[in-house]
Design a protein around this ligand. Structure first.
Ligand SMILES: Cc1ncc(COP(=O)(O)O)c(C=O)c1O
Length: 385
């Protein structure tokens, strides 16, 4: 008999969280660490969101909520999908969960059986692979073209075991955004092969220059029936710790997820749901303002990385740069360890995203810290090469 669950024992710790805790250890010993490792914007919580939380506490809004979310939040989510994404969902197709992460887990756990496979374009977000494993399925990685997700590269991987494709646009870690023409081709492949698509859109509000985000479910009614659209308040409203994510999917899938969540976590924290309601229904001006700040920070970071020997494809969205470290001749884990030890700068090894020749840096940090961190990286690269 195995002492512990074989299933859970096969899971590796999230690299992002691991590097953050290593950096915190160094910091606790008194050194100032500059971190580009976190996957979150460092903006303050919006005032209206704070006020909604305080009001909910004053109102004793502390009882269990419906498992799938409070009705007024689900209504606001439907309205968001209608106005921002041009998709019509009804409230019973909406499910509110503890962050995008639980949404994704609910979906994969509800869809997968043993030996069924999920196609994931590479580089990928770390948790997809582990969540597929936990759900009993197997991940099949699809190549990308200069980080762009392509329908034909996905199609190459389809066989009789394929059940699901995960799309993440804008992408963590590469920042690539799928263009509408390509999205249409992917939709055709999904419908032709009778697959499901999970469309992870948690970075949708962070797109730069003239780039536009499209939701695959908005393309036509056939693909909408095959799609589970995933989103969260976390990144858009700088409320990662409040844990509010949501999905929209055909009702039979939503019902499965509802049953699953009813026996795991129940409904999301009541106060956090009221805060998400305020975030979604009040002014979106700050979202746009924050996006503009990120665009400037992206421009500065990409220019600097290219200058110091870490060539970088310009991210079209999200808030990550994913430069190549090939010039350093180090593997990504070794690069990150050395950089942390020698210059007290934390970045995430690309191996965690399926690419050992890259590292991931967030430009969601405070501007002053970003400049100092990049100066330290320049010194590091000078010593290496
Ligand atoms: C691509 C992607 N999807 C989903 C999530 C989950 O976000 P959260 O659970 O914080 O809402 C993240 C967080 O880093 C992410 O990068």
């Amino acid at each position: 008999m195995n002492r512990f669950s074989k299933n859970v024992d096969s899971i590796t710790q999230s690299a992002t969280l691991a590097i953050n805790s290593q950096a915190k250890n160094i910091q606790n010993k008194g050194s100032r660490v500059l971190s580009f490792a976190a996957g979150e914007p460092k903006f303050s919580l919006f005032d209206n969101v704070k006020a909604a939380g305080i009001q909910a506490i004053k109102d004793n809004f502390a009882q269990y909520t419906p498992v799938s979310g409070i009705p007024e939040l689900k209504k606001a989510i439907c309205n968001k999908f209608k106005t921002e994404n041009k998709i019509l969902y009804s409230e019973d197709e909406i499910m509110v969960s503890n962050g995008g992460k639980q949404v994704l887990f609910n979906i994969l756990f509800s869809l997968l059986n043993k030996n069924e496979t999920v196609i994931i374009p590479k580089p990928y977000w770390v948790s997809y692979i582990e969540q597929v494993k936990l759900s009993g399925g197997t991940s099949v990685l699809a190549e990308t073209d200069n980080f762009q997700i392509k329908a034909d590269l996905i199609e190459d991987k389809i066989n009789s075991k394929t059940k699901v494709i995960i799309l993440n646009s804008p992408s963590n870690p590469t920042g690539s955004v799928i263009k509408k023409k390509e999205l249409n081709k992917i939709a055709d492949v999904v419908v032709e092969n009778d697959l499901f698509i999970i469309s992870d859109e948690v970075y949708e509000h962070f797109v730069y220059d003239n780039c536009k985000h499209y939701s695959i479910a908005s393309l036509n009614s056939e693909i909408k029936e095959k799609t589970i659209t995933v989103n969260a308040a976390s990144k858009t409203y700088a409320m990662t710790g409040l844990r509010v994510g949501y999905s929209a999917a055909p009702i039979e899938i939503t019902n499965l997820m509802n049953n699953l969540q009813s026996h795991t976590t129940s409904g999301v924290c009541s106060i956090a749901q009221k805060m998400a309601l305020s975030a979604l229904t009040e002014s979106q001006d700050l979202v746009r303002l924050n996006r503009d700040i990120f665009q400037k920070q992206r421009n500065y970071m990409v220019k600097t990385l290219n200058k110091i020997g870490l060539p970088c494809v310009k991210p079209e969205g999200a808030f990550y740069a994913f430069p190549s470290i090939q010039k350093s001749k180090l593997k990504s884990l070794e690069f990150c360890k050395k950089l942390l030890e020698e210059q007290r700068v934390a970045v995430v090894p690309g191996v965690a995203f399926g690419s050992d020749n890259h590292i991931r840096l967030s430009f969601g940090e405070k501007t002053e810290d970003m400049k100092e961190g990049l100066d330290r990286m320049e010194k590091f690269m000078r010593c290496l090469t």
